[in-house]
Design a protein. Structure first.
Length: 451
């Protein structure tokens, strides 16, 4: 606002129109321009005072006056007697608080929540998501507010000057009030700019924290996936352990059954050996009987020499001799029978040993090459050996098969049919030796399986 030399006042933004000083001047009271300007300059951030003495609330980026208010979304227009209030996306009300949802919410000294684009607080932490920082809008709103207050004061002063010319003293007071207001507004702008820098620094820190949280979230997702995989592996391993435990239990039961069968076989063998030892003792007794008979023969001979001396007892001695000779003959027959039985028992024992040796060799070969050994019958074990022999010596598997069948047939006759004296034990033992040699050759030619 500039005064001309003729005492006229040139208004800013009205095209250079001059208000002459010849108009009648009315004395301003409490609602004059100087008082209005002074109130406006000393009002602070919470509210400003219009030229008519009423309080205007500030919301967002603009001012509302008691004059006619026009709402502008964009740049805005200012006309004499009308004040344009601009609030971001823009609503302005007279004497009320304007809330903005979408572009931002800003309040002085309070927290503004933004749904959609921003969240902003004045003097607190500002988080920017979407459109921008609400604090920037708050600072720009403060600047626009200051400009509008200055424009309002100038318009009111121009209006008063055009209608009611003022004195030089009143104009000076108004100018001083405007200067003071400008200084305060400048300080407010500097304070807002420093606060804006702080908010920006806080925003950078928050961004860094968000990045750290996103990284932690990704790591947590990877850990969750790994946990799921490990849980699946643990379930699979638990199932495998259960299967192995069941197999171990079954194997233990089979081993226990085999142990019982082996103990029974050992008892049978001990009984057979005990019987054999008894026969051997009987044979030793026969030797004693032979010595006795020899002694009696000697006595008989002595009696024959005494025959002439004891003619009366000759007949008796002859009878005794005949009886002794008969006993001797019977003893010799008994000795021959025992020797024959001993030979039969010896052949039987050797045949049983040969049968056991073949069975042990077969079981040893099969158990070293298959895990299903305990579940296989004797016939299946022999077939397994024949199949392996055929793989090692193609075309010769029938030889081993025939040998095993003949050996098994003879063994069954010896052990079960009671025809021990009707079989050829030498041939049976020779076949057993041949089978054991073939199995030994087969074992040397095939490697044991990994069980």
């Amino acid at each position: 606002m500039v005064l001309s030399a003729k005492g006229t006042k040139k208004r800013k933004g009205d095209g250079g129109q001059v208000a002459p000083c010849s108009h009648k001047r009315k004395k301003l009271k409490a609602g004059s321009a100087s008082a209005s300007a002074e109130k406006t300059a000393t009002q602070g951030k919470g509210a400003t005072t219009s030229p008519t003495g009423k309080t205007v609330r500030k919301t967002g980026a603009g001012k509302a006056t008691t004059c006619k208010t026009s709402s502008k979304a964009g740049a805005g227009k200012a006309t004499a007697g009308k004040i344009v209030s601009k609030t971001g996306a823009g609503k302005a009300t007279t004497g009320k608080t304007v809330s903005q949802t979408g572009a931002g919410k800003a309040t002085t000294g309070k927290t503004a929540s933004k749904t959609g684009a921003d969240k902003a607080t004045t003097g607190k932490m500002v988080s920017k998501t979407g459109a921008g920082k609400a604090m920037n809008q708050d600072a720009s709103g403060e600047i626009r507010e200051m400009e509008m207050v200055q424009s309002l004061v100038e318009q009111q002063a121009a209006t008063i000057a055009s209608e009611q010319p003022l004195s030089i003293e009143e104009v000076k007071q108004a100018c001083n009030a405007l200067v003071n207001m400008h200084v305060r507004l400048r300080k407010a702008v500097i304070s807002l700019e420093s606060r804006l820098e702080e908010v920006r620094a806080d925003n950078v820190k928050l961004k860094q924290k968000v990045e750290v949280l996103e990284t932690s979230h990704a790591m947590q997702e990877n850990l969750d996936k790994r946990t799921v995989e490990l849980n699946q592996q643990a379930r699979v391993q638990e199932l495998e352990r259960a299967i192995l435990a069941e197999e171990k239990k079954q194997h233990a039961e089979t081993v226990e059954e085999d142990k019982v069968a082996h103990q029974a076989w050992m008892r049978d063998r001990d009984a057979t050996l005990s019987e054999l030892h008894g026969l051997q003792r009987e044979n030793a007794k026969i030797g004693i009987y032979f010595e006795t008979v020899t002694e009696w023969i000697s006595k008989c001979r002595n009696a024959e020499r005494e025959k002439t001396d004891a003619q009366n007892g000759y007949n008796g001695l002859q009878c005794i001799r005949a009886n002794l000779e008969k006993e001797l003959k019977d003893s010799r027959h008994a000795e021959q029978d025992l020797e024959r039985e001993n030979a039969d028992l010896w052949l039987w024992m050797r045949s049983l040993d040969a049968s056991c040796d073949v069975e042990i060799a077969t079981n040893k070969f099969v158990s070293a090459r298959t895990a299903a050994f305990q579940d296989m019958s004797g016939r299946e074990r022999r077939d397994f050996c024949v199949a392996k022999y055929e793989e090692l010596y193609p075309g010769h598997g029938d030889d081993l098969d025939c040998q095993m069948k003949a050996f098994t047939y003879t063994r069954n006759r010896i052990c079960h049919d009671g025809v021990i004296r009707d079989v050829s034990h030498e041939e049976f033992q020779r076949k057993g030796n041949d089978i054991r040699e073939m199995l030994a050759d087969l074992g040397a030619g095939t490697a044991p399986a990994t069980l």
